[in-house]
Ligand binder design. Sequence first.
Ligand code: PEP
Length: 247
Amino acid sequence: MRKKLIAGNWKMNGSLAANQALVEALVAGMPVQCCDVAVCAPAPYLSQLQTLLRNSPIALGAQDVSAHDSGAFTGEVSVAMLKEFGVRYAIVGHSERRQYHGESDVVVAAKAQRALAAGITPIVCVGETLAEREAGKTEEVVKRQLAAVIHTNGHCISEIVVAYEPVWAIGTGKTASPEQAQHVHAVLRAQLKAASTHSDRILILYGGSMNAANAAQLLAQADIDGGLIGGASLKAPDFLTIIAAAG
Ligand code: PEP
């Protein structure tokens, strides 16, 4: 039985004051027993979050990581730097990185590899655009994106987390139906099974306008092992409702 994971992706939101208020409300509202929970914060706030989350059940995540170890890569953040702030998870290949920063499948796979080598769990995002879905290419796209990560990381992929995030559902208020999401999750599960003998332990999260109202239905699907939550993770009551729905 896989323990569910609910991870918040704060994206480029927050401030010292807002982060403190949000984390204090989350910590105060966390159920005594619940799923695994993480918040993925902007890099400048990792130090603040490390302090705020100390002795709490909430893990710290980053929103990206460099594919390089160190050197002349202006603006990038290495796994070694993330480790110094107690980071446990790093999102890689978010569609906003693929779309606005031209990240290829190969780069995403290299980022996952760097994270794994440092003992940070990469949350590998895959997902199709609306045009790709309408062209009947959903399975082809997500399988291609995941295949690159499998190819580069071999048996280590049993340590990754996958997030299926249909691009058309991110920040749009349009959620994949539980059946649509489950269908793609089952496809990804089969691909992981073919690649790893330990695939049973790999979490596949759903992301894309998951919120307090629709979380329970999505999380009830057999292959949905949690959520990657954008907008709703910035509101403590909503995020806590999603955490409760994950059990
Ligand atoms: C995300 O950015 O990963 C995400 C799922 O965003 P939202 O929940 O706002 O759609």
